[in-house]
Design a protein around this ligand. Sequence first.
Ligand code: ZN
Length: 275
Amino acid sequence: MQIYWVPSPNYSSGRRGRKIIAIVNHITAGLMPGTLSWLRNPAAKASAHYLVTKAGDVYQLVKDEDTAWHAGIINRPSWSLYDGSNPNYYTIGIEHEALAGESLTEPQYQATFELHCRLVKKHSISVDRNHIIGHYCLDSINRRNDPGPGFPWNRLFNDLARSDAADSSPKIIINTGNNNINGFLKEDRAYGPVREIAIALGWQVEWLNETKTAVLLPPPDKDDSKANAARVVIASQSLAVTILGDKAFAPVRQMAEAMGYRIDWDGETKTVRIT
Ligand SMILES: [Zn+2]
């Protein structure tokens, strides 16, 4: 992705020693090229670090290290991390070229997704609703439609959770005999995607969305001696299940043992074998 540098005079140098903790998404409620020139006009007294256009171009107006003026007046904020000081100092602002109520174009979505990936990685920003927010979280009255109902929050969070940008935890492989599945280590535990592992082992998976519970049904020809349960229930409340994007991840050992399998850990290849 190419980022075009188009400096705006509307910024403060540095960040008063604050660390960047969040991204604030906006819509411009205006179109190119006027919206870009406005953000570079001293009379606007406003800016953003980035502007992502409908064509999928990314313009950078203010360096990440400097403070852009995008937060505006804070008015009945809902942001849990707002500490009473000016959020400009600890956030990055991304404007999206769109009129009120419009959603993003596909090239625009792809560009902002890639930009989010870069920023999340570069500044170690957590991928969740507290660290990637909309302007309405800072002003729930006058900015309640910024970036508005067309903004693809679910898609963005799902895609970010699936991308490696979001997850800096060490990667592992889960081997089910025929399949290698990607997992990760967290607090010395191996985690793997519940559905993929179960299916690779020949089990069926039913997902009960209301209770966030996976019910695993063994294959009909499964050796009785191995099947210590007719079905295995993986509830998001138990087993330290973690939901990332739209996938449930469970500790591999507990899951495999509940299904009647054994696991071996090969530290050299960082592989968990399920047998
Ligand atoms: Zn805004």
